[in-house]
Ligand binder design. Structure first.
Ligand SMILES: [Zn+2]
Length: 166
């Protein structure tokens, strides 16, 4: 919000022109205190903080404050000073909050289940390959029949899988 100008008219009273956060410029009635304060303290177009009410489309500014950029932001939960004002919570409160989230825990369980399934399939493939390699090496030049070779690979594979799963 910006302070644009302050205005006084004997008939109409005290007013300030302000720019809202959406860029809309409005006239707002106000008190003598706010009028004097803003005339005294603020440059036209300065970023400030207003407290105001809107009634029937009429704005009324009840308070005007300096934007204190040097003031550190604080944690919205415990009030601790924040090093990074991008966040509204300190690391501890953020951590506490995220551990409460059961949804993300569920996702983690799903992810874990899925990956262990993938691991198992990779394991099976490795055993199959090892079986094939072993049989091929052992039977090199001795068995011409592909079916016989395949059978032996299968037998070896079954045995290895059973051994791993037992
Ligand atoms: Zn905190």
């Amino acid at each position: 919000m910006k302070f644009l100008t302050a205005y006084f008219n004997k008939n109409k009273g005290y007013a300030v022109k302000i720019e809202l956060d959406d860029g809309k410029q409005v006239w707002a009635s106000t008190t003598k205190a706010v009028y004097s304060f803003s005339k005294d303290k603020f440059e036209d177009g300065e970023e400030v903080k207003f407290t105001y009410t809107v009634e029937d489309g009429k704005y009324n500014v009840t308070r005007i404050e300096k934007l204190d950029k040097s003031k550190p932001s604080t944690c919205s939960v415990c009030g601790k000073e924040l090093k990074n004002d991008k966040y509204d919570k300190c690391y501890d409160c953020f951590k506490k909050d995220s551990s409460k989230e059961t949804v993300s825990n569920k996702t983690n369980i799903n992810r874990y289940t899925k990956s262990s399934g993938v691991n198992e399939s990779i394991e099976r493939q490795a055993i199959m390959k090892a079986s094939a390699d072993a049989v091929a090496t052992a039977m090199q030049g001795r068995v011409d029949n592909v079916d016989t070779l395949a059978e032996q690979i299968e037998v070896l594979y079954e045995r290895l899988i059973n051994k791993i799963q037992s």
